[in-house]
Design a protein around this ligand. Structure first.
Ligand SMILES: C[S@@+](CC[C@H](N)C(=O)[O-])C[C@H]1O[C@@H](n2cnc3c(N)ncnc32)[C@H](O)[C@@H]1O
Length: 328
């Protein structure tokens, strides 16, 4: 294991999250600020070749797991090429993708063939009007079709991500659990986090503890032990294949075991979702910088990764950039 991806607190970073584009075909209120069009011209995005090169350099230093995200990764025309290239890097053992699922159905078979090993699909509501209110689209039935296709596809692990907001979908957790009860998947509730322009308010915030209480009134469940760097507190629903997970980014952050580093779609390296400090890798890469130069830029930043939550206090806005522009 290389010291290069170890920070000042001894945390070793083996998990790389890459945003493929800040653009999205959905307009989820908690993710994309009103009126924002975050699309970038393709020349300002890391190309497939640049992504594959950076992943292979980081894999040499200990990265074993990659997640493709955005924005919406399925709107990248070269997504299959990117997955295929990453899957040929021998040290990379897992390639995941987080998606809203709308375009996933038509792409899934090629992505699995290319080497995708897991997919997290976002689903915040089973009610059409609520889904429309949150996402700004009529995509619910398409997303559900993609989820069912993924659940039936061999060779790929599927998780479902939900963000609950009081007064909108805050009490939907038991309905979502009931819907997936007989499926071999994990339904994960992510606490609503504040980002630039996403109208986060304490009055809309629903804690994991509250959601778990709602679920436990209807479904017996028991704790599952997870990997040391897992971000989710997970439970098995008794007598059913479904697992339920809680990602308590606000009430019980998991920074001390964080193994994540990030690349934004425009080639910036970030050591933490909430730390606005970034290092531009795209410019030196395009000027011909080689592996050691790029890695030393990156390591110089990573060593100072804050102990927790980007060093911020969650009672105030945490980061200036929106989730869609950083990459969730
Ligand atoms: C930014 S999205 C990008 C990938 C894809 N477009 C999707 O919908 O999954 C990745 C994940 O971040 C979550 N997310 C976005 N904004 C969030 C926020 N403010 N709080 C908690 N989770 C958020 C989404 O629900 C989604 O599961």
């Amino acid at each position: 294991m290389s010291a290069l991806l170890t920070d000042q607190f001894g945390r070793v970073h083996t998990y790389l999250r890459i945003s493929l584009t800040p653009a999205c075909n959905f307009r989820c209120t908690y993710c994309m600020p009103d009126g924002e069009n975050p699309a970038l011209s393709s020349s300002r995005l890391l190309s497939a070749m640049e992504i594959i090169k950076l992943v292979s350099w980081l894999a040499d230093e200990g990265v074993t797991k990659v997640r493709l995200t955005g924005g919406e990764p399925t709107i990248r025309k070269d997504l299959v090429e990117i997955v295929e290239g990453i899957s040929q890097i021998p040290q990379i053992k897992q390639i995941g993708m987080t998606t809203n699922g709308f375009l996933l159905g038509e792409q899934l078979p090629r992505l699995v063939d290319a080497g995708l090993t897991s997919v997290n699909i976002s689903l915040d509501s089973l009610s059409e009007p609520t889904f429309r209110k949150i996402s700004g689209t009529n995509g619910l039935s398409r997303v559900l079709d993609s989820i069912h296709l993924a659940l039936q596809t061999p060779g790929i692990e599927v998780k479902i991500n939900s963000v609950l907001m009081r007064g909108i979908n805050g009490t939907e957790a038991p309905d979502l659990v009931r819907y997936f009860l007989n499926h071999k998947t994990e339904l994960r509730f992510i606490e609503f986090m504040p980002f630039g322009g996403n109208h986060w308010e304490l009055s809309k915030f629903v804690s994991s503890a509250e959601t778990r209480l709602l679920i436990s009134n209807q479904f017996e469940h028991e704790k599952i032990n997870e990997a040391h760097d897992s971000v989710s507190d997970s439970f098995q629903i008794k007598n059913h294949p479904l697992k339920v997970g809680f990602i308590s980014s606000i009430t019980d952050h998991f920074c001390s075991s964080c193994s994540r580093i990030r690349l934004t779609a425009d080639g910036k390296f970030r050591s933490c979702l909430f730390d606005d400090g970034e290092v531009d890798l795209l410019t030196p890469l395009r000027k011909g910088a080689e592996k050691q130069e790029i890695l030393s830029h990156l390591a110089g930043h990573l060593i100072n990764k804050p102990a927790k939550h980007g060093g911020h206090d969650f009672s105030v806005q945490t980061t200036q950039r929106s989730m869609t522009s950083i990459g969730g």
